[in-house]
Ligand binder design. Sequence first.
Ligand code: SF4
Length: 400
Amino acid sequence: MRVFFRDIHDWEWLPRRFDPIRALALPRSINALLGPRPRVIDDGLWAKLLWAGLNLEATDIPRGKAGLIYPLELVRAITLTWLFAGQRSNEIARLRLGCIRWQHDGTAVAGDSTQVLARDAVCLLDVPAHKTGTAFTKPVDPLLGQAINAWEAVRPDQPKRTDKRTGEQVDFLFSLRARAISSGYINSTIIPMLCRKAGVLASDVRGSITSHRARSTIANQLYNAKEPMTLFELQAWLGHRSPESTQHYAKISPNTLTKAYKDAGYFARNVRTIEVLVDREAVASGAAAAGEPWQHYDLGHGFCTYSFFDQCPHRMACARCDFYMPKDSSKGQLLEAKDNLQRMLATIPLTDEEQAAVDDGQAALDQLLERLADVPTPSGATPRQLLPIIEVRQGHAPKA
Ligand code: SF4
């Protein structure tokens, strides 16, 4: 409509009374809804469709008045191509005879040596030129290669036909009675047949199950696998010209995102857990209310008895102020010997500098100590003032 009115204005058929670009702009609320949304099939439903495809029997295939319209080998090969190749229906219908190649240790293997193939060989599928690129080759599951080989073994000779995209005369793989299978065959026959066999509806919350949804689903599963494909590998596998197109398919699933978030350890990175010994006797007897220390933060070498330990600027490099109690002191040993101690864990948020001191070792710790040298501890003295006292306590002569 914008272009229509703009042209009418340009041609002066109507006087320009409004700006069509502004007046007919897309509302922001609708614009916000625009974006790629691959209609991935739910894992459970996809597993059922896979099972149905792998266990396909002649009785599952729709029949005409004269019996089977297409032989089981042909229907099975198309079905597995749809379930495993992740290609568009048009590309599946245009696959050519001999599109499957087998390799073992990088060397081509004859297509009939299926005993070796099942276990170790790599199956390659040649995909013809398509809407976004030229012909390419991709690895696929050996099951698909075997199904196509089985069809090729019984496929009667067919006349060549013209590939509408390239104009070449080619032998279409899925061709019978001198006609190639239509690209709509997957939507009209294969998918309803699989849904019937799997006992599922032919639609889900995201709409009808269509041939293209297999492509989104497979791409999504490969991208969210335990050992996922990278975006560029997936781009090559799907045959996309640009990574932007691949991004439309490769959406990170909430499960993968959750795992990645947990592995990144955001919470653990910014906090440290420290053990606190709570002296229940001091609390019960009222000594705590009278000012006796009752919470003891375990620093490894000693305890900090300052109740607001998490607010002490020296908590990650303790300056051993008056609130400090060495573990090897008689007080420290008496505390640890008490039976009514309650052990709890406290989480302490860390600043970047403290984080570096904890993670990066001595140099970062020295930097932190240097910066805090003249910052008063909760007891009033600075670490620089406390250092001679500590050295005397430890039996060293104070430095001049
Ligand atoms: S400097 Fe004092 S208050 Fe701070 S952690 Fe050490 S003992 Fe506790």
